[in-house]
Design a protein around this ligand. Structure first.
Ligand code: PSV
Ligand code: MN
Length: 424
């Protein structure tokens, strides 16, 4: 089932097609002179899968307020429809990452069937031990997997095992665990004992993973705990992944580092020692702002992709994790997907042999110019061609607006106070 009339996409593409063909031919010639085959880049961009989180298709917010937009999805089936719209237009977002209990549903076969009918599959399932749920026996106020009380830890472990069971019904192959455990006061928590309890809980979750599944852990240096967090940084994350063993890998959320931290170097380290699992993409200026990927710091995104492209980017799991507070979330996700594809295409343009030589010769200026030459290439025609070839739109946001999808769902989905999204 297609959410947007394919005829509309075809019509829009017909209009934009001749201009794109000319731009693509020009870029092909330009890259050819540099010894780069444009087709290889376009195919690689077409293969990149960027997962979407179920919580990003609703309007996000902050702790000060939320301004819901019209037609917000009220439950997982409607979230699937929204993700299908994005994928139809971009061709690059074939999977959805669900979050429990936010996406709880009485019959997961129904969810799996609906997704299959929309041409979607399921990315990692996400557990939630950072909020208390109505009727929950024990509170996570003072932590979950690292709590001092073994009964609370057990409850959190069981919730993760339940997420795995749901994921099996959906066809997911990974569990992502982000914990909010930490402390607000110096002295409140014993750093080493809390970390040991976390590792022990994580091992029990790993023992419950089906064959072929991965366990992703996500570090974050602050918030909601403001003095210390149990999994504060990539070093702790690496240690935990190593202690837990094979199925456990580190997930890098771009917003989970202090300002100015060299994230691309962290990515390199994790790749070098076999523990990079994937990404949560977003952008930030101050902390975990959950701004749109590439909206603020596209050069950092490019530098991250330089590390990934060298290692073979298709080995890793990619997802967008951001909060859309003032825009139509679907438009923001389309925009962000293109930013990610852009960074990947630019990274594939880096003249690696020349860069290696400049590095060997300690030619700092030449090395940085080689990166800039790739970054400053407008790869827009590559992205648009990859979208068109996958049945998507050459100009996805204008086509989305012309489709009237938002107006349709505004009619069909009366406002539900529980709906919403984002991480704020
Ligand atoms: C935490 O800030 C986080 O980035 C984790 O990925 C969560 O799963 C997500 O937000 C949604 O709460
Ligand atoms: Mn995240």
């Amino acid at each position: 089932m297609r959410m947007i009339d394919p005829e509309l996409i075809a019509q829009d593409n017909l209009q934009a097609g001749p201009g794109l063909e000319a731009d693509y031919a020009h870029l092909a010639a330009q890259l050819g002179r540099r010894g780069t085959q444009i087709e290889q880049i376009t195919e690689a961009v077409g293969r990149l899968r960027v997962g979407l989180p179920s919580w990003a298709v609703g309007t996000g917010g902050t702790r000060f307020g939320r301004f819901p937009g019209p037609g917000e999805p009220r439950h997982i089936l409607e979230k699937l429809e929204d993700v299908a719209v994005i994928h139809q237009l971009t061709g690059g977002n074939p999977s959805i990452s669900t979050h429990y209990p936010w996406d709880a549903w009485p019959d997961y076969r129904e969810v799996a069937e609906k997704a299959a009918g929309l041409g979607l599959d399921f990315d990692a399932v996400n557990s939630n031990t950072f909020q208390d749920q109505p009727g929950q026996a024990l509170s996570y106020k003072f932590g979950s997997l690292s709590h001092t009380d073994p009964a609370v830890r057990q409850q959190a472990i069981e919730h993760n095992l339940e997420c795995i069971r749901i994921g099996q019904e959906l066809g997911s192959r990974a569990l992502t665990v982000w914990i909010a455990d930490g402390s607000n006061y110096p002295g409140q928590s014993h750093f080493a004992r809390a970390f040991a309890r976390y590792l022990e809980s994580l091992k029990q979750i790993a023992a419950g993973l089906p064959a072929g599944w991965q366990l992703f852990i996500e570090h974050k240096f602050f918030e909601p705990a403001f003095y210390s967090t149990v999994l504060a940084d990539w070093g702790s994350s690496y240690i935990a992944a190593r202690e837990v063993g094979e199925p456990c890998r580190c997930l890098v959320d771009l917003g989970h580092h202090a300002p100015s931290v060299n994230v691309e170097q962290i990515v390199s380290r994790l790749i070098q020692f076999g523990k990079l699992g994937g990404f949560h993409f977003n952008d930030s200026k101050y902390g975990d702002d959950d701004l749109e990927t590439g909206s603020l710091n596209p050069y950092q995104l490019f530098l991250v992709f330089c590390e990934l492209a060298e290692a073979g980017a298709e080995r890793f799991a990619y997802m967008i994790d951001q909060s859309h507070n003032i825009t139509d979330p679907l438009e923001s996700l389309i925009f962000s997907t293109a930013q990610i594809q852009r960074a990947y295409a630019q990274a594939l343009l880096v003249d690696r042999a020349a860069l290696a030589e400049a590095q060997e010769n300690n030619d700092a200026l030449l090395a940085t110019q080689i990166l800039k030459a790739a970054y400053q290439t407008d790869v827009g025609p590559i992205l648009a061609t990859a979208r068109q070839r996958s049945g998507g739109a050459i100009q996805p946001i204008p086509t989305y607006r012309a489709s009237g999808y938002r107006q349709q769902v505004a009619q069909a989905r009366p406002r539900d106070q529980r709906a919403g999204g984002g991480t704020g």
